[in-house]
Design a protein around this ligand. Structure first.
Ligand code: C2E
Ligand code: CA
Ligand code: CA
Ligand code: CA
Length: 273
């Protein structure tokens, strides 16, 4: 037991000590990997419900630990800007390769952390990457989670409008999990709403979640934004979101996030269909 000021005790449980050790290991490895750019990007296809065709891909970073574990640590350590800049540049380079191979319609979705959005130079970085890749800006969509967007609504509003000028699309990710008031939706300019996979996973007969999803789709229509269902794993879930007018979907039912060569095989297979 350690004393930390009056009446405050910090208890160090053996599990906590292990946790702290693991974090410092990850920190060390993260700094080393950043030097070597020792990360990969996997790409998960997004499917158009109307045509059953691949509309685009979401870029998801891969490293020796899952992103849910190391992204928050990278954010705390202030390393996320550097990692995010690499993801931006590398995935846009890959999109260009796909475009040049004849898949000019493909859209690329990139996850963006709040700390990147909060960085003064972010819009300029986006502009530079798109310019370097000579990509039509409207074929890039930046995903920001609802809870992150709401951390500082004024800031978010400003950055969104800068990104709007550049011409990239904006998606609100994990929608429905941020517990935020709906009123801000009127103030933000965004193009896409992604229904969180925790809702999709609960679709079923007599499930109240069905009504929530229907409401989110209706809301998207009213706001005139594209609506995407993430985490679609079963035929029943797909049937439900199709019947209710969801525009796009992604999930294990079609494909996991894939390394580039396997994503290429899917594109080839589609071309030969
Ligand atoms: P996210 O943006 O909500 O991404 C969706 C997550 O769900 C991905 O996990 C994806 O692999 C997984 N997923 C896709 N389809 C299914 C499905 O049918 N069922 C289930 N159960 N899961 C599915 P992943 O790749 O582990 O990424 C986790 C989170 O890490 C992402 O959540 C995102 O918030 C963050 N992340 C990933 N890559 C990046 C990145 O490059 N930059 C930033 N800032 N965050 C990233
Ligand atoms: Ca995402
Ligand atoms: Ca999500
Ligand atoms: Ca998530």
């Amino acid at each position: 037991v350690k004393h930390s000021g009056k009446n405050n005790y910090l208890f160090f449980h053996p599990d906590m000590e292990k946790e702290i050790q693991k974090r410092s290991t990850i920190e060390r490895e993260l700094r080393a990997s950043l030097q070597e750019k020792d990360f990969r990007i996997f790409y998960q296809p997004k499917i158009d419900t109307a045509t059953n065709q691949i509309q685009g891909f979401e870029a998801l970073i891969r490293w020796k630990y899952p992103p849910d574990v190391f992204i928050p640590i990278a954010e705390e350590l202030g390393l996320i800007n550097e990692i995010g800049a690499w993801v931006l540049e590398e995935s846009i380079r890959q999109l260009k390769v796909w475009h040049e191979a004849g898949h000019q319609h493909l859209v690329l979705c990139i996850n963006v952390s709040y700390y990147q959005l909060n960085n003064r130079e972010f819009p300029e970085l986006v502009k530079t990457c798109i310019h370097k890749g000579s990509i039509e800006p409207s074929l890039i969509e930046l995903e920001i989670t609802e809870s992150m967007a709401m951390q500082n609504a004024e800031m978010t509003k400003g950055v969104f409008s800068r990104l709007n000028e550049i011409g990239v699309r904006i998606a609100i990710d994990d929608f429905g999990t941020g517990f935020s008031s709906l009123s801000y939706l009127q103030d933000f300019t965004f193009d896409t709403l992604k229904i969180d996979k925790s809702f999709i996973g609960k679709i079923g007969p007599c499930s109240k979640t069905n009504y929530i999803i229907q409401a989110l789709i209706t809301l998207s229509e009213a706001l005139n934004v594209i609506v995407v269902a993430e985490g679609v794993e079963t035929e029943e879930q797909l049937e439900f979101i199709k019947e209710n007018g969801c525009d796009l979907w992604q999930g294990y039912l079609f494909s996991e996030p894939l390394p580039v060569d396997e994503a290429n095989m899917l594109l080839e297979a589609e071309n030969n269909r």
